[in-house]
Design a protein around this ligand. Structure first.
Ligand code: PBG
Length: 332
């Protein structure tokens, strides 16, 4: 008999005892489902090659997909537009066209699903001929304050169409306060701001940029998105976003930045969101399709890890599938 007072395995002896002290849980109430939408009339849903299972949806496809997601228990979606080449300009004016793709999609969704929480992306890259999140000067610099003026018009346009939450993903300085003031000035005091607070210049956005044909036409996004080497800078960003009136703060990508989620959790009382981005989805999908990983287990484990790190909300392309697996009783 080994003299062993402390035996952690006693608390793992069976499912009931393990259930006593499970610290983290996962449910569809935690998920936001990102959806790509287009308004071409010549095609229906267009599959995204590097994101098997995801498509650029037609309006009909969008309504069908959201109906299914609702049935699976998903309460919130975030929309991204696949904008026609001809509408991409250097001033990104299509971003605040009240008859544009996103305002029309928001109106269609809110008419059919009044209780659905609709989040819109505030950034210029899908509309910008240069593929950057901000306006580009002749010498190639990304203009901060000039961009913010356009973002404010975009956010007000989305709010006017019925968006519940606007979500600036552009990383310009000072945009949260400017958006708050612009929304309030138009009476949209109830529209929330979910800020991409610590958004890193990551290689994991590749499939998303393929989906929207929104890759930067020159250079990279390192003068506005954060250096993946940095953690303290994320704390500086969260202090600013909090002071500027953000309602929810986000870390993106999620999986490679779990320590940042934890640091933010310990630094702010605001709810925290994390984005399991397109490249994270593509990795999990590709390995699963090859039979190299057990998809249900690893996807739920990855989402549970994001929650354990401290995220309240998770943006994930797996939202519907994960919700269904959880309903079937699969345990991460
Ligand atoms: C751009 C934006 C990006 C994503 C969301 N908003 C890409 C980028 O910054 O280049 C990426 C999401 C994903 O990869 O799933 N404003």
């Amino acid at each position: 008999m080994i003299d062993q007072l402390s035996r952690p395995r006693r608390n793992r002896r069976n499912a009931v005892v393990r259930g006593f002290h499970r610290e983290t849980w996962l449910g569809p109430e935690h998920f936001v489902y990102p959806l790509f939408v287009h308004d071409r009339t010549d095609v229906g849903d267009v599959p995204i090659v590097s994101m098997p299972g995801c498509s650029r949806l037609s309006f009909d496809g969008l309504l069908t997909e959201v109906e299914g997601a609702r049935a699976d228990g998903i309460g919130a979606v975030v929309l991204f537009p696949a904008v026609a080449d001809a509408l991409k300009t250097r001033d990104a004016a299509e971003a605040f066209n009240p008859q544009g793709l996103i305002p029309r999609a928001v109106r269609a969704l809110k008419a059919k699903f009044p209780g659905l929480v609709v989040i819109t992306d505030v950034a210029l890259d899908p509309y910008n001929a240069d593929g950057h999140d901000g306006l580009v000067a002749d010498d190639g610099r990304i203009l901060n304050d000039e961009t913010i003026a356009v973002l404010c018009k975009q956010a007000v346009c989305h709010a006017e169409a019925g968006a519940d939450i606007v979500s600036p993903s552009d990383m310009m300085d000072g945009r949260v306060q400017a958006l708050r003031e612009a929304l309030d000035a138009r009476g949209h005091t109830e529209v929330g701001i979910l800020s991409y607070t610590a958004k890193y210049a990551s290689g994991f956005y590749g499939p998303f940029r393929e989906a929207l044909d929104s890759a930067p036409r020159f250079g990279d996004k390192k003068t506005y998105q954060m250096d993946p080497a940095n953690a303290r800078e994320a704390l500086r960003e969260v202090e600013l976003d909090e002071a500027e009136g953000a309602d929810i703060v986000m870390v993106k990508p999620a999986g490679p930045f779990l320590d940042i989620i934890r640091r933010l959790r310990e630094h702010t009382t605001l709810p925290i969101a994390a984005y399991q981005v397109s490249g994270e989805y593509a990795m999990l999908k590709a390995a699963s399709q090859n039979g190299w990983l057990d998809e249900r287990r690893v996807v739920l484990e990855s989402l549970l890890g994001i929650r354990r790190a401290g995220a309240d909300v998770i943006f994930t392309y797996y939202a519907r599938q994960a919700a269904r697996w959880l309903a079937e009783g699969v345990k991460p």
